[in-house]
Write a protein that binds this ligand. Structure first.
Ligand SMILES: NC(=O)c1ccc[n+]([C@@H]2O[C@H](COP(=O)([O-])OP(=O)(O)OC[C@H]3O[C@@H](n4cnc5c(N)ncnc54)[C@H](O)[C@@H]3O)[C@@H](O)[C@H]2O)c1
Length: 350
């Protein structure tokens, strides 16, 4: 498949570009970036553009969008109109309405719109999902999820914590990955009660802490926290508990804990998984290596989906939309002190 990357000169876009160069089934034909030099540095034989319409005049089958979120919609709608399948970075956009417009356009154009929730591919979180799906912990009873870091000092660019570009704060940043993985485990989230605050960084509209309870249609609950006030640095933990055990995935460092029992309270089998290879590689190189591997796996699934495949780990456009609806619901619930109910979404092309 011939790919173009929008924002391909950026921190994440360059990693996306690398995965296209490295995949034998994909060819990079064009990059669009306001910074021509950073795009050229990774383009290889691909053409480089600073204008969206000129970029889309190149024949291509799919586009990856890796700009700041407020530009995702314009780029996505034009790429769909040009006949491309589209993979959009998280957060899907800077508002839920904007996500819905992209979903509608994808349906009308009969093209796939996928959302880049690459943390589904991090070995520790894939392990949690697979342990739940395979029934290892019995019937799912509850989920506990946390994602946090030390806030604005963590970011490379200041747009990353400014609402006009991002849509919101911690729940749109690290929290959006956490939301997605909780939803990936629960099946769907249809009820949200939350409390959020902006007391640490005082950035209007960018919540720096959010604590919430989600429920799926069966009433199974998840507790959730996303924060920009976790002074230990970057932490991401998902725990799923069931009638016959529990499973935890965490990063960084990448770790799993699985406890299983033949019956509730029975003799426990404890499995601990340490990913020393990943830890060493990240120490010697960078966290970007882990991220790039997940992008490569996500790209393979995107190719499968575009080819009609269904059995994939990747996130569809509904995952992108619902994660933002949940972020909005936490804020709304915090203002009203009432739970927000969310309808089941109509299935979409992945
Ligand atoms: N999946 C992940 O784990 C992950 C991690 C970090 C960021 N992200 C997401 O990736 C996207 C990019 O983040 P980043 O950290 O690489 O940002 P970045 O600022 O490093 O890169 C963005 C690039 O887009 C270009 N750009 C901006 N506006 C443009 C426009 N109108 N037209 C063309 N190019 C434009 C910029 O010149 C820049 O090179 C965001 O959506 C972000 O939320 C995802």
């Amino acid at each position: 498949m011939r790919f173009g990357v929008i924002g391909g000169g950026g921190k994440v876009g360059q990693l996306r570009v690398q995965t296209i160069h490295e995949n034998v089934d994909t060819q990079l034909v064009a990059i669009l970036d306001l910074s021509e030099d950073s795009a050229r540095a990774v383009a290889g034989d691909a053409e480089v553009f600073t204008d969206l319409d000129q970029f889309l005049s190149v024949e291509m089958d799919a586009v990856i969008i890796s700009t700041p979120p407020h530009f995702h919609e314009e780029a996505c709608l034009k790429a769909l109109a040009a006949g491309c399948h589209v993979l959009v970075e998280k957060p899907f956009s800077s508002s839920a309405e904007s996500c819905r417009r992209m979903i509608d356009a994808g349906q009308k154009a009969n093209r796939h719109v996928a959302v880049g929730f690459n943390m589904r591919y991090y070995p520790a979180f894939a392990y949690v999902k697979d342990a739940v799906t395979s029934g290892k912990i019995g019937q799912l009873t509850h989920v506990r999820a946390f994602g946090g870091h030390e806030g604005t000092v963590h970011f490379t660019h200041d747009w990353e914590y400014r609402v006009p570009m991002t849509g919101g704060g911690a729940t749109w940043d690290i929290g959006i990955h956490v939301t997605d993985i909780v939803r990936h485990i629960l099946g769907e989230v249809t009820s949200v009660y939350g409390v959020s605050s902006e007391t640490v960084w005082n950035l209007e509209g960018s919540e720096d802490n959010a604590i919430a309870i989600f429920r799926n249609p069966e009433g199974i609950a998840a507790t959730y926290q996303a924060t920009w006030g976790d002074w230990r640095g970057y932490q991401f933990v998902i725990e799923a508990h069931g009638t016959h055990g529990m499973v935890r995935g965490s990063y960084a460092p990448m770790r799993n804990l699985l406890i299983t029992m033949p019956e509730p309270g029975g003799k426990q089998t404890v499995t601990k998984v340490n990913y020393f290879g990943i830890e060493v590689r990240e120490k010697l190189k960078s966290w970007k290596t882990t991220c790039t591997i997940s992008f490569a796996e996500e790209l393979c699934d995107f190719l499968k989906v575009c080819g009609g495949g269904t059995s994939v780990r990747s996130a569809d456009a509904n995952a992108g939309l619902r994660s933002i609806e949940i972020a909005d619901a936490i804020k709304q619930s915090s203002l009203t002190n009432k739970a927000v109910e969310l309808p089941i979404l109509h299935p979409v092309r992945a």
